[in-house]
Design a protein around this ligand. Structure first.
Ligand code: DC
Length: 219
């Protein structure tokens, strides 16, 4: 099977994973949530009190973390952490973890390995710019911070996690700032990516817009 890569990059809460899952099902693509991989490393750092300023501690952490993805389940050293990686505590520490070069080197390699020779849709921040600069289809999905905060708050509510609008929007803006200004692979639209603003569109409309981009490449 020939490799076919669709990348969906954009800020936290722009709807990347919701949309990527639907598009994956529609076209029979494997879906890879790369943010979840950074979240697994962040969870390990949180649980083990890893000093992120210390290079040796970071190296040891990367040697001691085995990540496995089976369907939509995420395993950290054999333990299913699919729920734990979505908590506000992990969201609060994941951006600084994702800014560390050694962390990115390990995860980018893993992302390329998982997608090798497959038809895959990946969502993240640097997929179209760094991980797969030659991807067939590149999407940059954006939405206003207010809309993104509302969506995150709803997700937390559904899971019974307590949170308020102000703290969620503050955390989203802070993550945007760190993700966009970091030295290593900042959040950035690839020159050849198609930008879609999901604040003013329904899920179906976004899926339709991405489908048109895919159909152009396939047909
Ligand atoms: O998409 P998310 O909120 O689950 O991402 C969690 C964090 O990981 C976010 O702060 C940005 C970072 N990330 C990244 O730097 N590169 C990626 N390819 C995916 C996520």
């Amino acid at each position: 099977m020939e490799e076919f890569i669709v990348t969906v990059d954009g800020p936290a809460g722009s709807g990347k994973s919701t949309i990527a899952k639907i598009v994956a099902a529609k076209y029979g693509l494997t879906y890879l949530d790369t943010g979840a991989m950074y979240r697994m490393i962040a969870l390990y750092a949180l649980e083990n009190g890893v000093n992120l300023e210390d290079e040796k501690s970071v190296e040891a952490m990367l040697e001691n973390t085995k990540l496995d993805i089976v369907g939509n389940k995420f395993f950290l050293n054999g333990k299913d952490v699919s729920e734990e990686i979505r908590t506000p505590e992990v969201s609060g520490i994941v951006s600084p973890v994702a800014a560390i070069k050694a962390v990115r080197v390990k995860l980018v390699e893993l992302q390329r390995e998982i997608s090798k020779g497959k038809k895959t849709i990946l969502d993240g921040r640097d997929i179209g710019t760094v991980v797969f600069p030659n991807a067939q289809v590149k999407i940059f999905l954006v939405a206003s911070p207010e809309e993104r905060a509302r969506r995150r708050l709803n997700e937390y509510k559904e899971k019974g996690i307590e949170a308020d609008f102000e703290s969620v929007i503050t955390s989203i803006k802070e993550r945007d700032r760190i993700d966009s200004t970091r030295k290593e692979s900042p959040l950035m639209k690839a020159d050849d990516a198609v930008e879609i603003d999901s604040s003013v569109m329904t899920i179906d409309e976004v899926v339709q817009a991405i489908s048109e981009c895919i159909d152009k490449k396939v047909n």
